[in-house]
Design a protein around this ligand. Structure first.
Ligand SMILES: Nc1nc2c(c(=O)[nH]1)N[C@H]1C(S)=C(S)[C@@H](COP(=O)(O)O)O[C@H]1N2
Ligand SMILES: [Mo]
Length: 311
């Protein structure tokens, strides 16, 4: 968590159905559904199109069987590949098109049921926003098989679950996918009786503390409290607490590039010996913030033990 870009080897990796054995030389991507021109592209076809890079926070939404338990699987990487908007410009979606459904070739058992492929969807507006990528690389290197290689979808600003790995088809549709991973799983239950279940798409505001750790803190010694904050939209402020959330001070926050995470820092000089509960809370430009109740983006707290002597 120390570096702005997470080395690929340090990034979490998640799969529901196992890792398929993909033959890159026989791999192809189809773009179909409600389009004027159906496309079928080989790996070389994709490589021949203009390539774009975007740095983007990559966060897992957690288990769909326990969606309110924070998992804190997150990193920040640079993805490279072809903009989905470029492919859709070639395919020309029909007037009624509203969603893009993505499918991977992995299959297997999840939650006691057999799934013959992994399928997700996203609104067409997001698909053409100039950030969504049909990705070939991560941090400048070809996508390893574990990471979804040779080709995966990357939806910056959305939870990782939407970034379909081992991508083989994109289907433009006037309605949402009817697959289990968009209906049964990754639909958050309604907040109250008057609202509806919502797809797990946009990243809710979240943040995590990276430093200090126990070895860094002593009475009278100035330290820097720092960490990362992110959301689908830019984070405007991060508040930090050193007393378990009773009082908050606003930290310095860097501005955002692409969909990357933003660094926050606050100077702190501990004044008493013992346990201190540090916490951080990100708020976006539109005022969305992190809850203290059990949610996947619940406020992160960490205990540090302040010693008398400077170590
Ligand atoms: N084909 C396919 N794509 C998938 C998944 C999957 O099980 N199959 N898991 C999703 C989930 S839940 C996450 S968090 C991300 C993880 O991507 P990573 O392994 O590169 O971290 O991939 C998503 N894409
Ligand atoms: Mo995930």
């Amino acid at each position: 968590m120390q570096s702005f870009l997470t080395p690929e080897a340090d990034l979490f990796s998640v799969w529901h159905l196992g890792i398929p054995d993909v033959a890159a030389d026989r791999w192809s991507l189809t773009v179909g559904g409600e389009v004027a021109h159906r496309l079928s592209l080989s790996l070389d076809d994709l490589r021949a199109l203009p390539q774009t890079e975007i740095t983007s926070v990559h966060e897992c939404a957690g288990s769909p069987l326990a969606p309110s338990i924070p998992q804190r699987r997150v990193g920040n990487v640079q993805w490279g590949g072809v903009l989905l908007s470029d492919l859709l410009r070639l395919a020309e979606p029909e007037n009624e098109a509203a969603y893009v459904i993505s499918a991977g070739i992995d299959h297997g058992v999840y939650d006691s049921a057999y799934h013959d492929h992994y399928e997700k969807d996203l609104p067409l507006d997001k698909a053409v926003d100039g950030t969504t990528l049909v990705a070939l690389t991560v941090n400048g290197a070809p996508l390893p098989p574990r990471r979804g290689g040779p080709v995966r979808l990357v939806v910056p600003g959305y939870y990782g679950t939407n970034s379909t790995k081992w991508l083989t088809s994109l289907t433009v549709s006037d309605r949402r996918s009817t697959g289990a991973f968009t209906t049964k799983y990754y639909m958050d239950p309604p907040a109250d009786v008057s609202s509806q279940a919502t797809p797990v798409w946009e990243l809710a505001p979240n943040s995590c503390l990276v430093a200090p750790v126990d070895e860094d803190v002593a009475v009278g010694k100035p330290v820097e409290i720092w960490g990362w904050a992110w959301a689908c939209e830019p984070v405007a402020c991060v508040d930090v607490s050193v007393d378990g959330g009773q009082t908050w001070t606003s930290a310095e926050v860097t501005s955002r590039t692409g969909h990357a995470w933003q660094r926050f820092t606050l100077a702190w000089t501990p004044s008493s010996v013992g346990e201190h509960i540090l916490a951080c809370r990100a708020t976006t430009l539109s005022g969305a913030t992190q809850p203290s109740t059990p949610r996947r983006n619940r406020i992160h707290q960490r205990v540090v033990f302040v010693t008398q002597e400077q170590p």
